[in-house]
Design a binder for this molecule. Structure first.
Ligand SMILES: Cc1ncc(COP(=O)(O)O)c(C=O)c1O
Length: 458
């Protein structure tokens, strides 16, 4: 079979029933190939997952070696060498953050929910059962299971499932292009105003919320260290994370850093929190931790908090079949050891700087391109109908969806998002290529994107 699959062909519950799905046969580095032989530049690693590119025999061999040893053991009954080694590796990397205990789960959504439950249980074990509310940010995304979706600031995702979701408290996500304090339309001025006034603006909102709800009712604040597809890779304004940390410490509100997208080296340091000297109480990883080879996500916590649980309830009251599964641990271990041994992040730095600067210089004058932001190997490009007023396209135009299809037809894989401008409208694409992309491939990526934009008509 070599032609693309279109509903109702086959038996897969296809994600989009009006789209044709090319059948991927294999990949190599930044490139993918479908069964017709068509080549694609995977500029987004799917949904910013394939951090090390495709066709890695070394990684596959390391994972297979563990799979040949044992099929599965349950985390309630046994531990395993890959699990111990992975936890030790992550704890060493997280030393500056003070996080030194690791649990594995099978998806970012599950790990987010486990972290929220851990925070809540900690308050019960500390003797403050009234602290249960969660603060999250809008726009934001933390997953698709019911509580992770409740915690996600994406109104359009919640329309159908609203009656099944739980209430959470929300504040605005720092988002330079649409920050109310930013008046300018010029890129340098936007950045200057955002970094000058952003932290005050967003902190005020958080302070007001905490005052209104009462800190004695709030368990945790969940935030992406660097916001991913929800804003298009906007970093926090200067001082924001430090001030959030101080405020939450003062009010005894736990901080949960969602690094499912921005972690595992995506933004240039293994944990995004490292480069902002941000010290959350819990940190969640996924995606790049497994580089796409097998679903693996992780929650990192502090031993001192585990000690509190030991004295209180006896231990973390969360159980899922695939927690600490040896083959999952072996997958993440293969990824982190490979990154260490090959100095992936050190080598990636110059390429990412070149790539981000080329993206900006080649694309910012093109029609529809409102904002280009990025850090490390993560970038977001926001499209607008009117560059002067920053007015987004009406959602019915499906700009992001159509542009991403147009790019894929031309052999460029991007990750779309929509609704971020006002909860309904707004179009952006995310780029998150392999951290091992070469300089030449970085230029190829920019060239393909420029061509896709220049040939796109809405
Ligand atoms: C920041 C963030 N958190 C959580 C998730 C949920 O992860 P998963 O899709 O593996 O459940 C995602 C997925 O895109 C994400 O980007």
């Amino acid at each position: 079979m070599s032609h693309p699959i279109h509903y109702p062909e086959g038996h897969v519950l296809l994600r989009n029933l009006n789209k044709s799905y090319p059948v991927i046969s294999h990949g190599s580095g930044v490139h993918l190939f479908d069964e017709t032989g068509k080549k694609y530049f995977d500029a987004s690693g799917g949904a910013l997952v394939a951090n090390l590119g495709h066709g890695h025999l070394e990684l596959a061999d390391r994972i297979a070696a563990q799979m040949k040893k044992v099929a599965y053991v349950n985390g309630m009954q046994f531990t395993s060498r890959p699990m111990e080694a992975l936890a030790a590796n992550l704890a060493k990397k997280a030393e500056p953050l003070g996080l030194d205990r690791v649990a594995l789960l099978a998806s970012g959504s599950e790990a987010i929910e486990a972290a929220i439950k851990f925070a809540r249980q900690l308050w019960v074990d500390r003797g403050y059962p009234g602290k249960h509310k969660l603060i999250t940010r809008t726009p934001g995304y933390h997953g698709n299971t019911l509580y992770a979706l409740s915690a996600s600031g994406r109104p359009h995702y919640k329309k159908v499932y609203g009656p099944l979701l739980s209430p959470v408290l929300t504040v605005s996500t720092p988002y330079g292009y649409r920050c109310p304090e930013v008046r300018s339309n010029d890129r340098d001025e936007i950045l200057a105003e955002y970094h000058e006034k952003g932290a005050d603006h967003y902190l005020k909102e958080l302070e007001t919320l905490i005052e209104r709800e009462g800190a004695n009712t709030i368990s945790a604040f969940l935030l992406e260290t660097v916001s991913g597809s929800s804003t298009g890779a906007w970093i926090p304004p200067k001082g924001y994370l430090h001030r959030v940390e101080a405020l939450c410490k003062k009010h005894e509100i736990l901080l949960i850093a969602d690094e499912v997208m921005c972690g595992a080296g995506r933004t240039g340091t293994f944990f995004a929190s490292e480069q902002f000297q941000f010290k959350p109480d819990l940190l969640v990883m996924g995606k790049g931790l497994n580089a796409g080879l097998m679903p693996v996500a992780a929650v990192l916590v502090k031993k001192t908090d585990v000690d509190t649980m030991k004295r209180g309830s006896g231990g973390f009251l969360h159980a899922q079949t695939y927690m600490q599964t040896p083959s999952m641990a072996a997958t993440a271990l293969a990824v982190v050891e490979y990154m260490d041994e090959h100095e992936v992040l050190k080598k990636a730095k110059a390429v990412s700087e070149h790539w981000l600067s080329e993206l900006h210089s080649h694309l910012h004058t093109l029609p529809f391109v409102g904002s280009i932001t990025g850090i490390g190997h993560m970038a977001g490009i926001e499209f607008v109908e009117n560059k002067a007023s920053k007015a987004p396209f009406p959602i019915v135009k499906k700009f992001a969806q159509k542009f991403v299809q147009h790019a894929q037809d031309q052999g460029l894989v991007l990750w779309p998002n929509y609704g971020q401008a006002d909860g309904t409208n707004g179009d952006l694409v995310m780029l998150g290529p392999s951290l091992q992309m070469s300089m030449k491939e970085a230029d190829e990526c920019v060239g393909l994107l420029k061509h896709a934009l220049a040939t796109f008509e809405i």
